[in-house]
Design a protein around this ligand. Structure first.
Ligand SMILES: C[S@@+](CC[C@H](N)C(=O)[O-])C[C@H]1O[C@@H](n2cnc3c(N)ncnc32)[C@H](O)[C@@H]1O
Length: 504
């Protein structure tokens, strides 16, 4: 088969997602956790070039049989050449869709062991996506979670699975059903968190990796999941494989029952018991006292957005606008939502929310009536949540940096890279602004969702304590800040207030 190019990537990269696991510490750890024994029936559901099978053959002399499956005909040819032993069968099949082939339908066949590195976010055409939707329901755009769901069903009772996968399923909203299935139908033995740079040839910007080992059986009430993190040296995986957790950078045990009971069955990794308890037990969440919404997208920023001057960060490739084209009194226009006049056709725009407490206007957006009509009709622009445009509120960046910060929107239109937070009671605006700038808030948010994604869904879950003394204290700090703009001072005081209030 020719490895043709689809949307800039070769077919084997896009459709099959063939990044092979060529790391001995990873293979050693995974095969050790699989625990092969006599009589095992093993499945490699996305075998690629068969590295797991090689490792099993090298390290185990027991009697077992292996089914190696891959969708890519070229991989199948390679696997057949490599493994001609009578106990290894190579199949070309689609693990996610092939329910009727001889492979998976014989006597309702189940495996005692499954090991693999499933494809992440593999590209699927619409027909396949529809089929997957029909079979699995829910979110089908991420292939690795579908592999988990399918393979739980292919395991026999007490069978064990070991997969290397991205760690996004531990927290992201869209993977809630996958978390529920794992937590209800299996006993999770261990989750090993590792940086994606440990994986040869791949370095995801958006997430890290983990290796999950679970057994298909209902977990007992007091079963604890080991969460192990190895960050610095990949060679420490050899020690962790032998249960020597002194080589881990972090080791904790979480009650599986508690994970299942947490909101959205989220794992809340990275925190301690105290922080997890605050998240779970808090009576008021940010989403209860404020609307949290995503902002506007023009559809073509370079065309519609202009910078104040060339010194504005990230303004390369953007035009600069003169004052004569800016409508500085746009808030007085009674028909603002439908656009301003043609001459002064630009209004203030908040392109990002990177900043602390207050941010001057650096960008303007074209907002004359014709252009606004164009945004509304456009397929790519997003004229969303428009009842929140030009209102007071707080902006938080959609992507986390080291410390989250928040700024006042000050009635500016805000971009989709900003989550707008609009307190239902305006009295709490400064208090929430203070909290969203605190280290306490950043720590909690990291536990709610450890990935860089900071969308409204996660911000809504922030536990809020409405304490009169702290509300007054924050008001005072911000009053001083608005007078003297001493950022360091304000942040120090804010951090103090929330550290005492939340108790960590
Ligand atoms: C990420 S690679 C991993 C290969 C191998 N497990 C390793 O670690 O070296 C994923 C493999 O899954 C195969 N694959 C992708 N979608 C599949 C599907 N629906 N059914 C079976 N195999 C699939 C690809 O062809 C590719 O070889």
């Amino acid at each position: 088969m020719v490895d043709n190019v689809i949307q800039g990537k070769t077919r084997s990269r896009r459709e099959f997602c063939s990044f092979y696991t060529e790391s001995d510490p990873i293979l050693t750890y995974m095969v050790k956790r699989l625990g092969v024994v006599d009589g095992d029936s093993i499945l490699e559901p996305c075998a690629g070039d068969g590295v797991f099978i090689e490792k099993i053959l090298d390290s185990h002399e027991e009697e077992y049989k292996i089914d190696a499956v891959d969708l890519n005909p070229q991989a199948v040819i390679g696997l057949k050449k490599k493994f001609d032993a009578s106990n290894i069968h190579v199949w070309q099949a689609d693990t996610l869709l092939d329910f009727k082939s001889d492979l998976f339908s014989q006597n309702d066949y189940r495996y005692t062991k499954i090991i693999g590195n499933p494809p992440y976010g593999a590209w699927q055409d619409t027909k396949k996506r529809d089929l997957l939707k029909e079979l699995y329901g829910g979110y089908v755009r991420e292939t690795y979670t579908l592999f988990i769901r399918r393979c739980i069903d292919l395991l026999s009772e007490n069978g064990r699975l070991v997969f290397i996968i991205p760690d996004t399923f531990l927290a992201l909203h869209m993977h809630k059903d996958t978390r529920k299935k794992i937590l209800e139908e299996t006993k999770i033995e261990e989750i090993l968190l590792i940086p994606s740079k440990f994986f040869p040839g791949v370095n995801f910007g958006y997430s890290n990796l983990c290796i999950i080992s679970f057994v298909k059986t209902k977990a007992s009430e007091n079963h604890k999941v080991k969460i192990v993190s190895v960050k610095n040296s990949i060679d420490n995986l050899y020690k962790v494989a032998e249960q020597d957790y002194s080589a881990a950078d972090n080791y904790q045990q979480l009650l599986q029952k508690e994970i299942l009971q947490s909101e959205g069955h989220s794992f809340l990794i990275g925190g301690n018991e105290k922080i997890r308890a605050i998240i779970k037990d808090s009576e008021i969440k940010l989403g209860d006292i404020a609307d949290c919404v995503t902002g506007f997208y023009s559809g073509d920023n370079k065309k519609y957005i202009v910078a104040k001057d060339i010194k504005v960060r990230g303004s390369k490739g953007y035009s600069v606008v003169g004052n004569s084209q800016i409508d500085f009194n746009f808030l007085e226009n009674p028909n603002l939502i439908n656009g301003v006049g043609d001459k002064q056709r630009y209004i203030s725009f908040l392109k990002n929310a990177i900043g602390t407490i207050k941010k001057p206007t650096e960008w303007y957006i074209r907002w004359d009536k014709n252009t606004v009509q164009g945004y509304k009709n456009s397929q790519v622009a997003r004229f969303q949540n428009s009842k929140y445009y030009f209102k007071d509120g707080i902006g938080v960046p959609m992507v986390k940096s080291n410390n989250i910060h928040a700024i006042l929107l000050e009635k500016r239109l805000f971009d989709q890279s900003v989550v707008g937070i609009f307190p239902k009671n305006k009295q709490y605006q400064n208090y929430l602004l203070g909290f969203l700038n605190s280290e306490t808030c950043a720590t909690i948010l990291k536990v709610i969702n450890h990935t860089a994604n900071n969308s409204a869904n996660y911000l809504k879950k922030l536990p809020i304590i409405l304490d009169k003394k702290s509300i007054k204290g924050v008001e005072k700090v911000l009053e001083a800040f608005f007078r003297n703009e001493d950022k360091e001072d304000a942040l120090r005081e804010i951090n103090k207030i929330f550290k005492i209030l939340y108790g960590f």
